[in-house]
Design a protein around this ligand. Structure first.
Ligand SMILES: C[S@@+](CC[C@H](N)C(=O)[O-])C[C@H]1O[C@@H](n2cnc3c(N)ncnc32)[C@H](O)[C@@H]1O
Length: 359
């Protein structure tokens, strides 16, 4: 068991089982033993790889999308260019390089990063060394003003609660401990179904549903910000377009799925993003949403195939093969193309944006 695991067992012995959301929040963000507190997990030598680390094409197309939206917003100068959970800073670096093709965009951009990991903040500082960067712990700390926000694989890292249906009703899934090991159990009494979306209240016995106020609150804050000050947000993550049932909590270590309870703090824990719930949170806050569309459709519409061709023209044979492989990984529907989805959040009235059409 990890140090965090021992600590959690002690907490459970004293205070009883923890909701899955508390377990996930501690496993990822505990100030001493949390997963993101202690490591840079991204990349081939780490636990998982993300789209910006697969290819520069991803960040470049997002940068061009942001620059086009900035122009559509009336080219506010200055504007806040915010990223949520920026990892190593690669997406922001590639986006700024490509967005710089539009005169004035880079100069007007004030970079604000929402990041809790001290280790990844250091990596972002190195990646963005030529720029002035402001860091924040929470979305609520972003300054007021027109804001373009990007978030790739941020929402999947925010904690979820899980509920399971029995004949008696709904129970919350909790993490308990027995014989020095963590295990999942259900609250004994049925709880009111109120926190669950109406459409899934009639799920069959045994069904699991996932709910995340951490995610919907984050989305509501983002949406309120852009309704008040203008702007747009682009959310990319893996998940489902419509709320449904199913256990999607997963743990990854060294690019393999592992047990979710075995090594808290030493493995990545995520759950699929419910885009319907995120969209509803944004719309309730007065914003409009576009999509979600599949990552394949979004990147294809933005011209990823053409960008790949241009890169391949000036590449060695080995580099050209790598560009082709990255294109395949990002857009093939059996790879990241279908599971990953893209949603934009805009002010009411802004109902078009590049990439939000079926290709
Ligand atoms: C899966 S990584 C994605 C990194 C990056 N966006 C990319 O695509 O490579 C999740 C990122 O979110 C950050 N993060 C996780 N939980 C967070 C939280 N509650 N608040 C702010 N950042 C968080 C992590 O430190 C990390 O930078």
């Amino acid at each position: 068991m990890t140090k965090l695991g021992d600590h959690l067992i002690e907490c459970i012995r004293q205070d009883g089982p923890l909701p899955v959301s508390r377990f996930m929040a501690m496993a990822l963000g505990h100030p001493k033993w949390g997963y993101y507190t202690n490591r840079d997990p991204i990349g081939r030598g780490g636990d998982f790889i993300t789209a910006p680390e697969i290819s520069q094409m991803f960040g470049e197309l997002i940068g061009l999308w942001c620059a086009e939206r900035w122009q559509a917003l009336g080219a506010p100068d200055p504007f806040i260019f915010a990223e949520l959970g920026p990892g190593r800073g690669t997406l922001m670096v590639d986006a700024l390089r490509a967005g710089g093709a539009l005169p004035g965009f880079n100069q007007a951009a004030q970079i604000h990063l929402v990041e809790t990991s001290p280790l990844l903040r250091a990596a972002q500082r190195t990646a963005l060394k030529s720029r002035q960067v402001n860091w924040h712990d929470r979305i609520a700390d972003l300054p007021p003003g027109p804001t373009i926000t990007i978030a790739n694989e941020f929402f999947d890292a925010l904690p979820i609660r899980q509920f399971q249906r029995s004949e008696a009703g709904w129970h919350e899934r909790m993490v308990g401990c027995k014989d020095g090991r963590l295990y999942l159990l259900l609250t004994p009494g049925a709880i009111p179904a109120a926190p669950l979306a109406e459409t899934i209240q009639h799920a069959p016995n045994g069904a699991i549903v996932e709910v995340s106020s951490a995610r919907t609150n984050a989305m509501a804050e983002l949406a309120q910000n852009l309704v008040s000050h203008g702007g747009v947000a682009l959310i990319i993550d893996y998940g489902h377009a419509a709320s449904g049932v199913g256990d999607t909590l997963q743990a990854i270590q060294a690019h393999e799925f592992v047990d979710v309870l075995e090594s808290p703090g030493a493995v990545d824990l995520t759950a699929h993003v419910d885009f319907q719930a995120l969209g509803e949170a944004a719309r309730q806050a007065g914003a409009r949403t576009l999509g979600p569309v599949s990552q394949a459709d979004f990147l294809t519409h933005l011209g990823i195939a053409t960008r790949a061709e241009i890169l391949q023209r000036n590449a060695t044979d080995a580099q050209a093969v790598a560009v082709g492989a990255a294109l395949h990984r990002l857009t093939d529907r059996d790879q990241m193309g279908q599971l990953f989805k893209v949603m934009a959040v805009t002010r009411c009235g802004d109902d078009r944006a590049p990439g939000f059409v079926e290709v």
